[in-house]
Write a protein that binds this ligand. Structure first.
Ligand code: NDP
Ligand code: GDR
Length: 362
């Protein structure tokens, strides 16, 4: 029997990779997308199947995690074997600007989906994956961080995800539901949203190399993150739902680097060696060969409260799920920079043809 999966947040980075993986495994995949005034399905367009054809295995539904009746109707209609709850306002800095919406979508949204399963009487059939996060650890309590490390979130996003973590665990304990938390450390890819630091860096590096941008503005370069590749991490999500019993798992590489190190590697990938001068807000990254300033600090990107250091211990996932990341940081940076170089070649042609090319600084 073909398995049926429902993915919320299918138009996002992880949703796209997970949909691809599940289709490869023979699943019927249903995804929830939000209504927008423009198509927002770029990441999954290659998976699109014409709904007029017979036996399609990929279907999108309009939805929003803030709309319970819609969620109940879709869960009832789809009768999923597995639900992957990836939808969220996922930007930490934006969560300081939109705290109430973030709580609603990321926190209460998870509750709405769990309730939809219960209301439809599917608590014994439907397995549930919650996209929990290393942001739960926040202020450092223990290094490396693992499943038993106490939480101390540092943003409205982290706090909303804390509610989602516990309500998932609570529904597992209270109703015997197969409900898992994947506590995932940062994972990136060429599909990463443009305003997360890694993609912001690789886009800027590609544009600087192609002469489309002069400079990159960043915030806190001292923050340390445990960065993996999204392709590896969606495999771990799937494995979590294939066990005998539900549990919570950390997925991480176990290595941590400063944002500054990621910047160095990305420039190195296009043959530019950086030299750092100054400190604090006056720190600058110069092209060692020309002396041109390529990186500057803009305080706008500093957060009201920061998570200084994340490094995960994924030994439980290795032991129980047989999960291990395949990409290292160099491989990840290469994949992202090369993809952005190809992408912006197109802008270069447009510019040559007299078209305006926007340089958004976000
Ligand atoms: P993205 O920001 O790329 O994708 C988020 C998805 O959620 C998009 O499809 C977005 O839709 C959708 N979405 C946002 N708000 C709503 C809403 N109110 N109702 C329905 N859908 C909504 O995130 P990632 O793919 O990177 O992350 C996936 C999940 O994993 C998120 O929950 C994130 O918080 C979590 N996570 C991510 C980590 C990472 O490093 N990437 C690490 C740990 C956890 P649209 O396209 O319309 O905006
Ligand atoms: P994060 O990712 O907050 O860890 O959340 P992000 O890439 O936004 O920030 C990582 C670190 O880089 C510092 N930084 C900057 N960040 C951004 N976005 N822009 C900048 O210009 C900049 N300069 C420095 C940040 O201060 C931070 O320390 C991601 C999201 O995917 C969450 O949804 C997920 O839960 C966590 O990872 C794990």
């Amino acid at each position: 029997m073909k398995k049926v999966a429902l993915i919320t947040g299918i138009t996002g980075q992880d949703g796209a990779y997970l949909a691809e993986l599940l289709l490869e495994k023979g699943y019927e995949v249903h995804g929830l997308k939000r209504r927008a005034s423009l198509f927002n399905t770029d990441r999954i367009d290659h998976l699109y199947q014409d709904p007029h054809e017979k036996n399609i295995r990929f279907k999108l539904h309009y939805s929003d995690l803030t709309d319970s009746t819609n969620l109940i109707r879709i869960v009832q209609e789809v009768q999923p074997d597995e639900i992957y709850n990836l939808a969220a306002q996922s930007h930490v800095q934006v969560s300081f600007e939109m705290p109430e919406y973030t709580a609603n979508a990321d926190g209460v949204g998870t509750l709405r989906l769990l309730e939809a399963i219960r209301i439809c009487g599917l608590e014994k059939k439907t397995k549930f994956y919650q996209a929990s996060t290393s942001e739960l650890y926040g202020l450092v309590q223990e290094i490396p961080q693992k499943e038993t490390t106490p939480f101390y979130p540092r943003s409205p996003y982290g706090v909303a995800k804390l509610y989602a973590f516990w309500i998932t665990k609570n529904y597992r304990e209270a109703y015997g539901m197969y409900a898992c938390n994947g506590i995932l450390f940062n994972h990136e890819s060429p599909l990463r949203g443009e305003t997360f630091v890694t993609r912001k860096i690789t886009r800027a590096v590609a544009k600087i190399k192609l002469g489309l941008q002069d400079k990159l503005y960043l915030g806190n370069l001292d923050a340390k993150r445990d960065w993996g590749h999204a392709k590896d991490y969606v495999e771990g999500m799937w494995r979590m739902l294939q066990q005998e019993t539900a549990d919570d798992f950390v997925l991480a590489t176990g290595k941590t680097y400063e944002v500054r190190h990621f910047v160095n590697l990305a420039f190195k990938e296009v043959g530019i060696e950086l030299e750092w001068k100054g400190s604090g807000v006056d720190e600058k990254g110069l092209d060692k060969a020309t002396g041109n300033v390529l990186v500057e600090i803009d305080e706008r990107y500093h957060r009201p409260a920061e998570v200084d250091l994340l490094v995960g211990d994924a030994s439980k996932a290795k032991k129980e799920l047989g999960w291990e990341p395949k990409y290292d940081l160099e491989g990840l940076v290469k994949d992202m920079v090369q993809a952005d170089l190809s992408l912006f070649q197109r802008d270069k042609y447009l510019l040559k043809g007299g078209h305006k090319v926007m340089n958004y600084h976000e």
